[in-house]
Design a protein around this ligand. Sequence first.
Ligand SMILES: [Zn+2]
Length: 96
Amino acid sequence: MTPEITPPQCDACTTPLKLIPAGTSKRTFKDYEAFWACPNNRECGGKTQKYVPPKPKITPDSPQQVADNINKDVKTINALKIVRENLDSVIKYLEK
Ligand SMILES: [Zn+2]
C-alpha cells in the first residue's frame, strides 16, 4: 500500500503539480531524483519542486493526550466508585 500523496500546487498557476519519477536525463545523461512539475510548465513559468517521499507517521502521544487519557481513566474510576457506593447502599437497604 502506498501512502496517499497530495500534490503541491504550482507557485505560478496553482495547478496541482505532476510527479515526475526519478530517472536519467536524456540530454545530460545525469540521474535526477523525482520532482514535482507543473503540467503547464512552459506557459506559466512555475518552478519545479523537490519531491520528498512521505514517511510513515508515528506520532507519540502528546503530553496533553496522555493527560486527557489519564483524566478519562480517573473519571471512569470515579464513576465506578459511585456505582459501587450505590450498590453498597442498596445491599445495606436489602439487608435491613
Ligand atoms: Zn503552473
